[in-house]
Design a protein around this ligand. Structure first.
Ligand code: CMP
Length: 146
């Protein structure tokens, strides 16, 4: 069963490793349903990471995400949410290099903040974030109730 997830190449990833990351996405068999390159406004970044608003790194995270363009992608594949998370590896690249040395974060992340890529953590978050970034049009690709 096909599934969508939201992937983001973050400003650090865009600066250094955009093409390598895109190559991995294609090689991984994901279809790219939508894509948009944009410098996020503060408001967008704050809302995007709203669930982290009480974390000590929230303001740093928002500053970082607005620093330069992000590439936002809707990726489609069977089991896309989990597959993209596996491809990214753990949040912290030190951990990623231990447990998933082939992962994108093991190879391309600078540190736990500037970790190259983002991916939705589950199907529900994926659909929420896709709607938030791309508007309701993307939601019509979901199977089921449209
Ligand atoms: P992401 O998977 O996009 O979700 C939340 C982001 O917060 C995470 O990637 C990192 O960019 C950042 N982050 C998570 N933990 C920390 C931390 N301990 N210190 C700084 N930034 C963090």
């Amino acid at each position: 069963q096909l599934e969508d997830t939201l992937a983001v190449i973050k400003p650090d990833g865009m600066e250094q490793h955009r093409e390598e990351i895109m190559e991995e996405i294609r090689a991984g068999g994901f279809s790219i349903l939508e894509q948009k390159e944009e410098v996020l406004s503060r408001e967008m970044a704050e809302e995007f990471y709203r669930e982290h608003r009480d974390k000590p790194f929230y303001h740093q995270l928002v500053d970082f995400m607005c620093r330069g363009p992000c590439l936002m992608l809707v990726l489609t594949k069977e089991n896309a949410v989990e597959e993209w998370r596996a491809m990214m590896g753990p949040t912290d690249p030190d951990e990623a290099r231990q447990t998933a040395p082939e992962s994108l974060r093991a190879r391309f992340a600078r540190d736990v903040l500037e970790n190259a890529v983002h991916g939705s953590s589950n199907r529900q978050h994926a659909q929420q974030k896709i709607d938030f970034i791309f508007g309701e049009i993307a939601a019509e690709n979901e199977d089921g109730d449209e």
